[in-house]
Design a protein around this ligand. Structure first.
Ligand code: GDP
Length: 680
């Protein structure tokens, strides 16, 4: 017997998880009663623990779907809130607190919410039952409630009171039954009194004759009858001490038993005591559930058929769970990383670093060679600086130009190539990974995107210092000496020429653009004015700006600079291509070529180490780190949340879950039906 109800309650829970229409609901016992009718006391004495929140200000704002599971393997009661993933709670004050908070989360203005709280209590002392504690009927009666709220509460309650649920209507014996709001509501939902059990509490407060009359109520006869109980707190355990556990309930039941024993004769032919109530509830629930099994079998079969059909048509029967989707995502990412590793290797490292160093070379030369020396009378030191035009004809042992090349070379070799190169490549890898991620399904999942980025950053950070140090160590010899052979010189000469040509091109284009925006004539006027001004420097003549705005003057200066730079670049290009730069022995006359060669040597050496220390290591460690961050560190809720962020995947997974649950429910229904047949 017991086993059957247990299995049916299990089926009921499965069906509840499927959600959807009310049709997929196996009956439950719905408990109603006005405030102070003793409703909480009845529920708690069935459970044997105090667990319901107390308070006069409407503490039940959401239906509590209470599943009781008889479990003889347990030493004491345990509670769980499956939806909150809180399991094995043994502290019932905590249960009370959680229930209180869940209820209070419903705003005062809403009064009630139809979203039920699911609570399961397992104990060796509870019967297998499924009960629903509904928000108080008192609110419907309360005069100060706006009508809309009253309607809302009534609608919520009425939905639960519908067939096939059993109604447990609680009324206190010290209030005239004609005034019992619970019985009134039950009568509305079940006019023939076929699925209502009446409970009369506080029988100790009335004389036995009145009590007897109530239990055999003729005015509202119930097929399943009335049960009389005394669930008052025994005087020996005060309201506060009741929290001490199940002891208080043992005392209460002893008191109840003693009372009915003492007045045995008055209660002949009636059903009394909490123990009998429990038994009755089990019997009624089992019977009601059993009668629903056959129609439920039909409903579940139809639903399953429909879900399976949609699954086949929409998803081609392809099996999918959140975990599988996550595994697939990781595999896709790994594949994308592998493809990326084939695209991004040594040549790409080289070209990245080389163009960065090319820029440094140009900056260094511009700073030390191409910039026009400051006006002669500005400072004594710079007065002796020879102009660049003299470099081509300088004698071979000219110390000034030799020293200048030394300084320019050191500005490259002592640049901190180790850090520069490691940062450059790390940043490039991170950017590439971001692009790669944006090309996969993960693009719309911020949480996963961050986890991937974290994985990449953590691998790169772990290698950063050692890579930077290794690179710096390996380029160290160049800080002292740079050997050059003819072939290297020739290649660098070509490359430097190419760079200068490109620089010249950009310079001319910028000049042209300025000319276009200002107009040729205007530009000429401004530059002529500026040139005259330059010649007057030091003459202390009052300046007139001829009406040119500061912005225009700035552009004019820019144009002059570009023109000079262009002349200079033309001169240097001509020299680079002449016999003056043909031989490496003339390196101090050709700083553009020599520094290019330094950049090439630094690049070559750095790339060797960057490739081994950073890139290859990244390709090895990143997929593993990814697996760790995505596959192992995420909780199942996070994985589910991730999978369901994609609406199509969500639909797929949810349909599969529905189909699986329907399938499970159907199998269980069939098992129970087979068992029933055997028992008959
Ligand atoms: P609820 O508001 O309907 O949940 O009612 P409670 O269960 O909180 O009970 C209201 C009051 O009635 C409490 O003070 C209980 O101790 C008291 N009470 C409950 N059942 C009985 C009973 O059977 N006999 C007596 N004398 N008092 C009871």
């Amino acid at each position: 017997m017991l086993n059957l109800t247990r299995q049916m309650i299990e089926i009921r829970s499965i069906l509840l998880n499927i959600g959807g229409s009310n049709a997929l609901r196996l009956p439950s016992i719905v408990v109603i009663g006005s405030q102070s009718s003793g409703k909480s006391s009845v529920l708690e004495s069935i459970v044997g623990r105090e667990f319901l929140p107390k308070g006069s200000n409407m503490v039940t704002r959401r239906p509590i779907e209470l599943t009781l599971v008889n479990d003889n393997s347990l030493a004491a009661e345990t509670a769980e809130f499956p939806a909150l993933r809180m399991f094995n709670l043994t502290d019932f004050q905590q249960v009370q607190k959680v229930l209180f908070e869940l209820n209070m989360a419903v705003p005062d203005a809403d009064a009630v919410s139809s979203d039920p709280i699911q609570l399961t209590i397992k104990s060796p002392r509870v019967p297998d039952l499924s009960l629903v504690d509904l928000p108080g009927y008192i609110q419907i009666e309360a005069a100060d409630q706006p009508t809309t709220l009253k309607t809302k509460i009534r609608e919520l309650c009425d939905r639960y009171l519908e067939e096939p649920n059993v109604i447990l209507a609680i009324s206190a014996a010290d209030v005239d039954l004609a005034n019992s709001s619970a019985l009134r509501a039950a009568k509305r939902a079940d006019p023939k009194g076929e699925r209502t059990i009446g409970v009369i509490t506080k029988l100790d407060l009335v004389d036995c004759e009145t009590a007897r009359k109530m239990l055999t109520n003729k005015k509202y006869p119930l097929k399943m009858g009335y049960v009389g109980v005394i669930t008052r707190t025994p005087p020996s355990t005060s309201l506060f001490r009741r929290q001490s556990g199940s002891q208080a309930f043992i005392a209460q039941q002893n008191f109840e038993r003693a009372y009915f024993k003492e007045n045995k004769d008055s209660f002949v032919g009636t059903t009394v005591t909490t123990r009998m109530l429990k038994k009755k509830l089990m019997r009624v629930l089992e019977r009601t559930m059993a009668s629903c099994l056959k129609p439920m079998h039909v409903i579940v079969s139809n639903e399953l058929e429909e879900a399976s059909y949609r699954y086949k048509v929409e998803f081609n029967d392809r099996d999918l769970t959140s975990e599988k989707y996550m595994a697939q995502t990781i595999d896709n990412l790994k594949l994308a990383i592998k493809e990326f590793s084939e695209r991004f290797g040594r040549p790409e490292l080289r070209s990245l670093l080389r163009s960065e160093l090319d820029q440094k070379v140009l900056d260094s030369i511009a700073l030390r060679y191409w910039n026009k020396p400051p006006a002669p009378n500005k400072s004594k030191e710079t007065e002796s600086e020879p102009p660049l035009e003299e470099l081509a004809s300088a004698p071979p042992n000219d110390t000034y130009w030799h020293r200048k090349l030394g300084i320019a070379t050191a500005s490259l070799t002592k640049l901190g190539v180790g850090r520069l190169a490691t940062t450059l490549i790390s940043d490039a890898i991170l950017t590439e990974i971001e692009v790669l991620v944006d090309n996969t399904d993960v693009r719309s999942h911020p949480m996963i995107k961050n986890a991937i980025k974290d994985a990449a950053v953590s691998v790169l950070t772990s290698r950063y210092n050692s890579t930077a140090e290794q690179v710096e160590n390996c380029i160290k010899p160049y800080k002292y000496e740079i050997e050059v052979d003819d072939r290297e010189w020739m290649l660098s000469r070509q490359h430097a020429t190419m760079l200068l040509k490109e620089e010249l091109k950009q310079c001319n284009e910028a000049y042209k653009e300025l000319k276009k925006t200002l107009g040729g004539n205007k530009l000429k006027q401004i530059t002529t004015y500026l040139e005259n001004e330059n010649n007057k420097v030091g003459e202390n003549i009052a300046r007139e700006n001829l009406g040119f705005s500061p912005g225009l003057l700035l552009r004019g200066k820019e144009a002059l600079f570009l023109k000079e730079r262009s002349n200079l670049l033309n001169m240097r290009l001509k020299f680079l291509q002449s016999s003056g730069c043909k031989s490496k022995d003339n390196k101090y006359k050709c700083p553009e070529v020599f520094l290019d060669l330094v950049a090439e040597k630094l690049t070559q050496t750095a790339v060797l180490f960057l490739n081994v220390e950073l890139l290859s290591d990244f390709y090895y460690s990143f997929p593993r780190e990814l697996e760790k961050k995505l596959g192992q560190s995420l909780t199942s809720e996070q994985i589910e949340q991730f999978a369901k962020e994609d609406p199509k995947i969500k639909k797929h997974i949810e349909l599969q879950e529905r189909k699986d649950l329907l399938d499970l429910a159907l199998t269980k229904i069939e098992d129970v039906m087979a068992l029933q047949k055997r028992l008959v």
